[in-house]
Structures are given as C-alpha cells and as structure tokens.
Design a binder for this molecule. Structure first.
Ligand SMILES: [Zn+2]
Length: 286
C-alpha cells in the first residue's frame, strides 16, 4: 500500500473516465453496466468484468466500493480488514463476490509487497489469507484468485488455452522488486504461451506524487514509470510501468484502470488513509 506522505489530490470527479480503447471487445463492462447476472442492474459491484465465455475460459473482475455490507467509512464493499473493517462484514462481502462470480472458492494471500507467487490447488468457500505472498497461480477451475488493493496495481493474468491463471499485487515496491516477472514465470512454468494481462484500478501518474529521490530510483529501474504530478512535481506512473514490463515479457495487455484517487466509486489509501477500504481484482478459470 502507498503511504499518505503527501497532500491529497484535487477533488474527485463525479464520474469515471471513459473506458480505454480496448479494440471494440464487447466483453468488458464498466460501472453501471453491471454485467454479472446475479448482481442486478443497480448494484454495480464491479468496475469491470471480463466474461470467461468470451475469452475461452478466463474470467476477470475488478470490484468497486458499492453494493456490499460494510459500515462507513468502509462502505460498503471492502474486501480487506485493513484499517479496522469489521471481519464479519468483510467475510460477507467476499461471499458476495464468490456467489456473484459463481466460484467454488475465493483465495487470497497476506500481501507483503514482495514477489512470492503462491500456487493454489484447491479450496472451498472464502479462504482466509493465511499465506504470505503477493501473487497466486492456479490451474484449478472455479478457484477465484483475489488481490486486494487501494492504490497499488492489481494485475490479473491468464492463458485460456493452457488453462492457467495468476494474480499479482504490484505497488511501487512490488513492481520494482519484480512481482510481475515472477507471475509470468509461474504461468510459463505451467505451460502458458499466450498470456493476457488485465491491469486494474490504481493511483494514476498525475496523482502519485513522491519525493524526487524515490521517483528517480523508480525511473532508473523502470523508465516507463516516469511521470509528472498534477502539480508539476516528480511522480510515478505505476500502470505505465506495469504495462511496459508486461509487454516486454510478451503479454497482451488490457488496461481497465481508472484512477483510484480520482474515482468516488473506488477506495484510495492516498485519498482516505486509514479510512480506506480495499477493492479487489479476481481472476479464475471457468
Ligand atoms: Zn489520478
């Protein structure tokens, strides 16, 4: 997670930015489209949903903050207990994800800003995040791999033909440490050849102002992260860095990544600090 070490960005706009050009693909929806049948049209629990029927078997969803049961300030669909969200309500939210997406299990990890990718073979229901790691990989159908984030970059990856999916948590530290190459390697070790990577909501470069030395260290290591904040100061573009790294690794990249700080439909640690919940990225094999 990101530290709230600098002033919050200007007021959030009242709507999401327009979806990125995704080549006319009809299987990706934004908030308001609410494509997951069991959600109903008004709950909008998902910022984006990729229907596994249209990808040959890989499903992807990125959650919003709406349509859950958590009390303020975690209203209402937080998927993590960070900041003191009520564990029973978080569990209920996770069960809503599981049921919406038709998963037999939803599995997370205790995220620590590292590069460890945890293999998952089985699971039933909502599994507590008892293992440390910043990614998961599975070849088992029906298992939803969950990454929680407030401003860090959730990346969902998969190769439908090879029958393998992975999820990774790429904040500044994990991205620079190589969590994405680790996730791609885990997929390739299991036979993946044509990997698609879906990048989810995160803090954008305009909003991620950091001290100059921190920015320069990131730019040196991953030049695509170079950015300037809205105030004209050094900043880091995590999404551009992640996309460049994934493309260099031979992945097809799809960006579904409105800015968390700017969107009232998403949680943001940079904006709300300890009062921020966590949204999720989920990937699974149908
Ligand atoms: Zn932004």
């Amino acid at each position: 997670m990101l530290t709230p070490d600098l002033p919050a960005s200007p007021a959030a706009p009242d709507r999401l930015p327009d979806p990125p050009d995704i080549g006319g693909t009809p299987d990706i929806f934004y908030l308001g489209a609410s494509p997951v049948p069991s959600c109903g049209a008004t709950q909008a629990r998902y910022i984006a949903y990729v229907d596994p029927a249209r990808t040959g078997g890989v499903g992807v969803a990125f959650t919003s903050r709406h349509g859950g049961v958590s009390a303020p300030p975690f209203d209402s669909f937080t998927l993590g207990q960070a900041g003191g969200a009520d564990p029973a309500q978080v569990r209920e939210n996770l069960e809503l994800v599981q049921s919406d997406l038709g998963l037999r299990a939803l599995v997370g990890v205790h995220q620590v800003h590292g590069t460890k990718i945890v293999p998952v073979h089985t699971g039933i229901g909502v599994t507590p995040a008892y293992m440390e790691g910043d990614g998961l990989v599975t070849q088992a159908p029906g298992l939803g791999l969950l990454i929680k984030a407030a401003d860090c970059v959730p990346v969902m990856l998969g190769d439908a033909a090879a029958g393998v999916v992975a999820a990774a948590h790429a904040g500044r530290v994990g991205l620079l440490a190589g969590v994405l190459p680790a996730a791609v390697a885990a997929l390739r070790q299991r036979g993946a050849q044509q990997i698609t990577a879906w990048i989810g909501p995160h803090v954008c470069g305009l909003c991620y102002e950091v001290p100059a030395d921190m920015a320069e260290a990131a730019w040196r290591q991953l030049p695509a992260t170079q950015a300037t904040s809205r105030r004209g100061t050094p900043a880091i573009d995590l999404g551009a860095g992640a996309a460049a790294q994934l493309q260099d690794l031979g992945c097809h990249v799809v960006r579904l990544d409105p800015c968390t700080v700017e969107s009232p439909d998403l949680f943001s640690y940079r904006r709300d600090a300890e009062r921020s919940g966590r949204q999720g990225g989920i990937v699974w094999l149908a």
